[in-house]
Design a protein around this ligand. Sequence first.
Ligand SMILES: Nc1ncnc2c1ncn2[C@@H]1O[C@H](COP(=O)(O)OP(=O)(O)OP(=O)(O)O)[C@@H](O)[C@H]1O
Ligand SMILES: [Mg+2]
Length: 498
Amino acid sequence: MEGIHKSFPGVQALSDCKFELRSGEVHALVGENGAGKSTMMKILGGIYDKDAGHIYLDNKEVNIASPHMAQQLGISIIHQELNLMPHLTVAQNIFIGREQRSKIPFILDDKAANQETERVLDLLNLQLSPSTKVSDLTVAKQQMVEIAKALSFNAKILVMDEPTAALTETEIDELFHIIKQLREKGVGIVHISHRLEELKQISDRVTVMRDGKYIDTLQTKAATIDQIISLMVGRVIFETAPELPEVPSEEVVLEVRNLNRGKVLQDINFSLMRGEILGFAGLMGAGRTEVARAIFGADEYDSGEIYIKGRRVHIKSPGDAVTCGVGYLSEDRKRYGLALGMDVKENVVLSSMKKFLNRFGWVDFKKASMRGQEMIKALNIKTPSLEQKVKFLSGGNQQKVVIGKWLTANTEILIFDEPTRGIDVGAKSEIYKLLNDLARQGKAIIMISSELPEILRMSHRVVVMCEGRVTGILNAGEASQENIMKYATMRSNVVRKN
Ligand SMILES: Nc1ncnc2c1ncn2[C@@H]1O[C@H](COP(=O)(O)OP(=O)(O)OP(=O)(O)O)[C@@H](O)[C@H]1O
Ligand SMILES: [Mg+2]
């Protein structure tokens, strides 16, 4: 790709960008949130038209006018925001738009589709039934279905826009194994990720973008992570571990007693103190998000008690939760966190409307705008204006808007579910600082994270879960990578395949 320009209303997303991919290489594409990575790849995938520039495939110029055409040219893209149809099955999602027809015309051959799906899932070492509905899968599993879908096209070029953001270590290992196999078969792979250590491990070359511009392409082996970061941000940043603030008192703000929901949550007990950051660690599917959803009133539970400041509460809906002072920053911002069709300012005030009504009960737009502006500045949200619809922001900037929303709601208890997923290095340390500030202000924070270094660095105590149970609650002193993993895999006497 050469001389690529692309602008959106109010944004020059790409100016004079280039990108080269060889067959049989893994090429990492990095840059801060909003740098233009996804836009570049969407042009390659025929989703956006470029304003100017050239694309060559095997030295022949091509005009990629539609996603369908990209597919025919052997280009498969796994998008940052998952694109599956939740009400369809795994197999139907994989074959959508090119269903295997049976001998009788126009009747979908589910059997053939299921068989082919089985084959691709096997390749991925995925234990999933082709006939499972996608809406019943976790984000991680949905991600794997996207990968399976891309693989089933026998792509020559495979673009993965943050494929690992939602995956566990084991799942990442499996994915890398597959990437290596594909590389050996001569597939060219573009890997976009904010996890630089991971890129170091898997990629052959790395291209850096900044502010819609091409910066440089390096041989990964010869480059250091610090060097890549300074190219990304255009300056040297010193990442010093933030000092965890002291927990001021032993004042319990939230207490969960004997919480049960089917097999998903079994006898969950823990308490959360004022000014405390309580990390929740565990493998994907351990039940951490389910605990959060139960507290937040997003799911009903079968039995158990929840106390806020010693008072028993019955939270039946997210609305109740906000009234009781609980905010939840969901791991799946598209589904639960954002009103994508609304603009930045509206999203920021969405959960705290009451504060933005004037004495006639109308929304005070000036006040809302001021708050929006404050959040844009505090969180460094990259948007052309307050009036930009959130769906047009880059993935990481959408995440920041969700954070802005909950900061504005100013609830006393905040649950952050994978708060730094998809967030670039610079913004990540901003979010860590922010969590610390919130704790210092006396908020009680639950932080669910699949990144152990983040858990270790940011938590006063760590609750470890495995298969719907709390298997350990560790003090900062006891918590280590090994120790957490030990509890995270402490299965009950369930016999498992594999
Ligand atoms: N459809 C669109 N309409 C308007 N602006 C857009 C659209 N798509 C992207 N942009 C803007 O273009 C710029 C580049 O966005 P892009 O999504 O390519 O960033 P990115 O590098 O993928 O970031 P992230 O790491 O956060 O995913 C951003 O400023 C974004 O807001
Ligand atoms: Mg992106």
